[in-house]
Design a protein around this ligand. Structure first.
Ligand code: PRT
Length: 299
């Protein structure tokens, strides 16, 4: 099991989640020396070790208490939990926080020529998938009887080679499905990356490290989703301008030196700021409209 003092976090070694995970940890101020051959990377400025493994091993490592925390896709997490439940192995974990990367959907897809008339027409069909437990859970919940065959990669080729009628796989842009003559017919699960932790309480030292790390992670996430908006607005249009600002934050209104007809408006927007809104603001007489990324946020 892990040491009592250094927090051990499992992350994907290489793949779709590894760059975002590494970037997140770095933006949280962790100095980590990640070299390709090292399984365990030491964080030099905090008592944290990073274990770099395959994504599919992360839930088990956390559920078994080998790692205190892990960053993994919800799809892998739930598939592992269902698999372990079935085998009678402990599958407890705590989902500490959702993260805003790794987004994808787990979808059923059929050859383009298939005439889809609703989920009932899938009864008795065979699907190739890497996540059979997620598929089974959905089929049971919807009273559908499907068969599956397990494939760990190149799932998309299964219908073409006669291995299955359709597939159930992760989709982000849909380009892979299209390239393989498949169409998405049902989204059965939506996934993002999550930070998970062991069910057993952490030692006091480790809890203290997590109490420092977690607000930083949440701050990085919030900053990534937010924009700082600055503009100059006619003083007599402040109400209309404020109403156009995205999000629930109250704008800061500042006087401009030597002008009593114009003010500066600053606001942190947590929602998308559209070009259309900028054009509406311009039409109200606003100018110098700046939309800037935010690096860090707290409180
Ligand atoms: O590390 P290990 O090898 O065990 O895991 P892995 O094989 O699942 O690794 P990887 O890197 O492929 O995926 C890691 C995690 O990234 C997944 O578990 C998801 O949570 C998340 N993720 C997000 C995705 C995708 N988007 C995704 N599009 N994982 C896989 N894909 C694949 C999909 O399987 C298909 O082959 O990308 C292809 C489709 O992409 P589009 O853009 O053409 O639709």
């Amino acid at each position: 099991m892990t040491t009592e003092t250094r927090l051990r976090i499992a992350m994907q070694k290489s793949g779709r989640l590894s760059d975002d995970t590494q970037a997140l940890l770095k933006r949280c101020g962790l100095k980590l020396n990640v070299s390709d051959r090292r399984l365990l990377a030491h964080v030099s400025n905090m008592p944290i070790d990073i274990m770099r493994v395959r994504s599919s091993d992360i839930p088990g490592l956390v559920m078994d208490g080998v790692c205190d925390l892990g960053i993994v896709g919800d799809n892998t997490l739930e598939e592992t939990a269902l698999e372990r439940e079935l085998m009678g192995i402990a599958s407890g974990y705590v989902r500490t926080t959702g993260l805003n990367f790794g987004g994808c959907r787990f979808s059923l897809a059929m050859p383009e020529e298939f005439e889809y008339t609703g989920i009932e027409c899938l009864n008795g069909l065979r699907f190739a998938t890497t996540y059979p437990q997620l598929l089974k859970r959905w089929a049971e919940a919807n009273n559908i009887n499907v068969e599956f065959c397990l494939l760990k990669g190149s799932v998309e080729v299964a219908p073409r080679v006669g291995l299955a009628d359709g597939i159930c796989d992760l989709v982000s842009t849909g380009a892979t499905l299209e390239a393989n003559g498949l169409k998405e017919i049902e989204v059965i699960y939506r996934s993002k990356a999550s930070l998970i932790q062991t069910e057993a309480p952490l030692s006091a030292e480790k809890q203290e490290i997590l109490d420092t790390l977690l607000p930083r992670i949440q701050g990085v996430m919030k900053a990534k989703e937010s924009k700082y908006i600055m503009l100059h607005a006619p003083k007599d249009k402040i109400e209309q301008v404020s109403a156009l600002m995205p999000g629930k934050e109250t704008p800061t209104i500042l006087p401009l030196a030597g002008r009593d007809d114009i003010v500066a408006v600053h606001v942190v927007a947590t929602e998308t700021f559209f070009w259309e809104t900028m054009e509406e603001l311009k039409a109200l007489g606003c100018n110098s409209i700046l939309v800037m990324p935010i690096e860090k946020m707290m409180g």
